[in-house]
Design a protein around this ligand. Structure first.
Ligand SMILES: Cc1ncc(COP(=O)(O)O)c(C=O)c1O
Length: 476
């Protein structure tokens, strides 16, 4: 077993590497980084909580759980301990080699979700990679079929194959994904802005006809699978209405298509259940997981129902895809979620926060819609409730004010059409599930202050924000 002692470096050197940074170094890295870097340099999380400090010592309550990932809190002690122990044994093996954590994780994952999802492919790349694995396996099992249906405003990753599966952002990206011809989009059942202009109470899920239409008439080659977030996250925090997923599943059965859930965001307690599949009682043929699975360590998984053909060695592997440290993290992360009943916590706290938001909706006209479930909450800001015009300038101002006041929130994916922003007006409340009642209360107080301030924004202030927003868009 390896001891943790540096040989070439001194302990002081390591400490300095990880804790000291000069203004010059920061400026240089900002110059050199090919990707934009946010202003705050996050430095340390308070173990197991929603609190993170930046390099200046400023403390934040994080209502984003860092891309909805740290369900069991920053630097969860059980996960860190398990990782440290595993690092003493082995940190890297090539993909084909099983390790003890990988064996245990494969077995554990096969027990956790409904629908006989017992076959497992692990990776250390994340959700996009797990979804690509799902696509590959669907094509293996439906030879000759290579079209996938995906939803409007869906998000499935940033690789060249998952970009076209996701929402198209022409003003925000300068390239298209590869394989555009393999995807057909259908409208997501966004009841607040119903794609067929109906009311939920009386619509009889007419939007399912559009899914069927896409299967029958939208594709140029046989359809292999339908990929859907059972509750849409990046696209606007939108739950599917009751009966919708069952309807989609029936269509998939009828037309011989694999139903693939993208549960990157919706598993391990976040929605008040272990998965959206469990919450809705509708299991898919395949499910892609990532984010909270690793409790802050990079890992993704594809789960597939029994009876489907599996991969050959050549069809699914990467250099880092069998990392035992990440698998150990996932094993611990799962136990923490289950033993602390974080799903129950998310459900109860989510109900309280939602009730509080409903009170705020009576006071603030700009709250158009409030959506759950659990701690997967979206608050849609609108200019007025009649027109439902998205209040994206107010939403952006909201984030900035909250950050100044020490709370991190985020919004939905941007969208620009005909030269103007059209969406990015849904504030998300998705903190770590271990957030304390006091921290949640503090965050909600800041939430209300932000509502007050952004409700009072002048047209001029909105104009300035719009300019800033458009500066993020590409030159046309
Ligand atoms: C719903 C959803 N699917 C897929 C992905 C892609 O996961 P990754 O970034 O790990 O590739 C994300 C990431 O944000 C996501 O939110």
């Amino acid at each position: 077993m390896t001891a943790f002692q540096p040989e070439v470096l001194s302990e002081e050197e390591v400490e300095q590497l990880l804790t000291q940074v000069t203004g010059e170094e920061i400026a240089q890295a900002r110059e050199l980084s090919l990707t934009p870097l946010k202003e705050q340099i996050l430095f340390e999380g308070v173990p197991g909580t929603a609190i993170v400090r930046d390099s200046t010592g400023k403390e934040y309550i994080d209502c984003t759980a860092q891309a909805w990932t740290l369900n069991s809190g920053y630097c969860n002690p059980d996960i860190l301990y398990t990782v440290a122990q595993q690092m003493k044994h082995l940190t890297h093996v090539r993909y084909g080699y099983p390790t003890i954590p990988r064996i245990k994780l494969t077995n554990r994952l096969s027990e956790l979700f409904p629908g006989n999802l017992r076959q497992v492919a692990l990776n250390n790349e994340g959700g996009g990679f797990a979804l690509e694995a799902a696509m590959k396996l669907a094509m293996i099992n439906r030879p000759g079929a290579s079209t996938f249906l995906t939803a409007w405003r869906g998000y499935h990753g940033a690789s060249l194959a998952t970009i076209p599966a996701s929402h198209y952002m022409p003003y925000l990206t300068r390239f298209t994904g590869y394989g555009l011809e393999h995807y057909v989009k259908f409208p997501y059942p966004y009841c607040y802005r119903c794609p067929v202009g109906l009311e939920r109470e009386t619509c009889s899920l007419a939007c399912l006809q559009l899914v069927e239409g896409a299967i029958k008439y939208g594709a140029n080659t046989p359809v292999a699978g339908l990929i859907i977030e059972p509750i849409q996250g990046p696209g606007g925090m939108i739950p599917t209405p009751d009966g919708y997923l069952a309807g989609v599943k029936e269509l998939c059965r009828q037309y011989g298509i694999y139903l693939i859930y993208d549960e990157a965001q919706t598993t391990f307690g976040r929605v008040g259940a272990m998965s959206a599949a469990e919450l809705y009682g509708v299991a898919p043929d395949m499910m892609a997981l990532t984010k909270a699975l690793g409790g802050g360590f990079p890992i993704g998984a594809l789960l597939v129902r029994e009876g489907l053909k599996r991969f050959t060695e050549a069809e699914e592997h990467t250099t880092f895809g069998s990392n035992p440290v990440m698998m150990a993290a996932a094993l611990a992360s799962i136990e923490v979620v289950l033993r602390k009943d974080l799903a129950g916590r998310a459900k109860r706290l989510g109900e309280q926060v939602t009730a509080r938001l409903e009170e705020l909706q009576d006071k603030y006209e700009i709250i158009g819609d409030i959506r759950g479930p659990g701690l997967f909450i979206g608050i849609e800001l609108v200019e007025d409730r009649e027109s439902k015009e998205p209040a994206f300038e107010r939403a952006i101002a909201f984030l900035e004010i909250a950050m100044q006041l020490g709370v991190i929130f985020d919004v939905d994916m941007p969208d620009i059409a005909a030269g103007l922003p059209t969406r990015r007006n849904v504030i998300k409340i998705k903190p770590v599930l271990t957030i304390t009642d006091e921290q949640m209360e503090q965050a909600m107080q800041v939430f209300e202050i932000c509502l007050q301030k952004v409700s009072a924004l002048s047209d001029e202030e909105k104009g300035d924000i719009m300019q800033k927003l458009m500066a993020q868009a590409l030159p046309t």
